[in-house]
Design a protein around this ligand. Structure first.
Ligand code: P1T
Length: 386
């Protein structure tokens, strides 16, 4: 086969890291459901000692996600937050992390409620304003945490500009690429040092696994994260590695449909008299549209919008959908809908939510790959109930 950098995304999604088994020809990577490996003599083994450290199914999966992001190394974890948590373990007391102000509620909680206990400082700043971003740096800033598009306000952060400035300041740049997947955005090519995903979302794509990955091309960062992956042990089970690899085989096809349908729904909602405002990076009305066009090759499947009305109207609407499932999470083949203020971002303090715009009439949808006519009809009948 050609080298990874010569192959198209779809070919990599199906083949990278996955050679037919030389012992028996199995085309699919087996689920190596084993915790340990026999040794000929103490320390003499075939590359595997214990499955927290390494497992052949995980090895294939890590090589696959690295190839998709155009990185040298992939590391898999038990959840998106376990990935974030392990990366934070590379810092020490007194270090400062500059974080974009609108991040997934669980990421905010992990930083604000858990890691502050260890004497690590965090500032949450609006990175869409580069002046504010630059002013956010302190002498002890060691890491910059970017999520773009952000969750749930879908703000677009200019990765290249932020990475260039961070590099001058000597800070490690992490980009949470969960919403775009590597199919639409490759942060390493824009200057990021580490890319993270909650593979629970688009990467796996079938809402049946919780997992996370980190990808880097930096040898020193890899060495440290590989050490931490084993030392703190938040690794995925072999069956989950297999399932995510299976899901990734259709990532390119799914992402195309997610984006196509989301664009159509965003335009439909924008015209609807019961909707106040629609946020979707593909709309010309989105303030980050120009940067989105520059750094992404598609606009993804996530839409956020404000209903005209109050909490009661939002609840009525959310209770009325029939195909969209009222549930946390996103990125699966099935359409999901949720209320960020009560559900995914409840751990963000009310005052902060207010500043960010996470109001009671804010609804977030993850557009699945069902028939678009059915999805539109479902939203239409639910809006009729409001
Ligand atoms: O749920 P977990 O696999 O641990 O991933 C956390 C996470 C990290 N980053 C982003 C951008 C995320 O959206 C998430 C999880 N988000 C949801 C569950 C949600 O509904 O937004």
């Amino acid at each position: 086969m050609k080298k990874n950098d010569k192959l198209g995304f779809g070919t990599l999604a199906i083949h990278a890291g996955q050679e037919p088994d030389p012992n028996n020809g199995a085309v699919m990577v087996p689920i190596y459901q084993t915790s340990t490996y026999v040794q000929k003599s103490p320390g003499v083994h075939q590359g595997y000692e214990y499955s927290r450290t390494d497992n052949p199914t995980r090895t294939a999966y890590q090589a696959l996600v690295a190839a998709l992001e155009g990185g040298k190394y992939g590391l898999a974890f038990a959840s998106g937050l376990a990935t974030t948590n392990t990366i934070l373990q590379s810092l020490k007391k007194g270090d400062h992390v500059l974080v974009c102000d609108d991040v997934y509620g669980g990421t905010f909680r992990l930083f604000d409620k858990v890691w502050t206990r260890t004497g690590i400082e965090f500032s949450f700043v609006d990175f869409t304003d580069l002046k504010k971003f630059e002013a956010g740096f302190k002498s002890n800033t060691k890491m910059v945490w970017i999520e773009t598009p952000t969750n749930p306000m879908l703000k677009i952060i200019d990765i290249k500009s932020c990475a260039e400035f961070s590099k001058k300041k000597g800070a490690t740049v992490v980009v949470d690429n969960t919403f775009m997947s590597p199919y639409f955005q490759k942060p390493l090519t824009l200057g990021a040092d580490i890319v993270v995903h909650s593979v629970t979302k688009y990467m796996n794509g079938h809402s049946d696994v919780v997992g996370g990955v980190a990808i880097t091309s930096d040898d020193a960062i890899y060495k440290e994260l590989k050490f931490l992956q084993n030392a703190s042990g938040a690794v995925p089970a072999p069956q989950d590695c297999f399932l995510v690899m299976r899901g990734i085989k259709t990532l390119h096809v799914r992402m195309e449909r997610h984006a196509q349908s989301a664009m159509e729904i965003a335009r439909y909602l924008e015209k609807h008299p019961k909707i106040d405002r629609v946020i979707y990076p593909g709309l010309e009305s989105h303030p980050g549209h120009a940067i989105a066009k520059k750094q992404m090759s598609g606009f993804g499947g996530m839409i956020t919008f404000f209903l005209k009305g109050d909490l009661a109207k939002s609840k009525k609407f959310l209770e009325s959908v029939k195909i969209f499932a009222l549930a946390e999470s996103l990125g699966g083949v099935e359409s999901l809908i949720e209320h960020p203020a009560i559900m995914t971002h409840a751990s963000v303090p009310a005052e902060t939510r207010k500043v960010l715009g996470i109001h009671d009439n804010l609804i977030r949808i993850s557009v699945g790959i069902e028939d678009i006519a059915d999805l539109k009809a479902d939203l239409e009948q639910a809006l009729d109930q409001v």
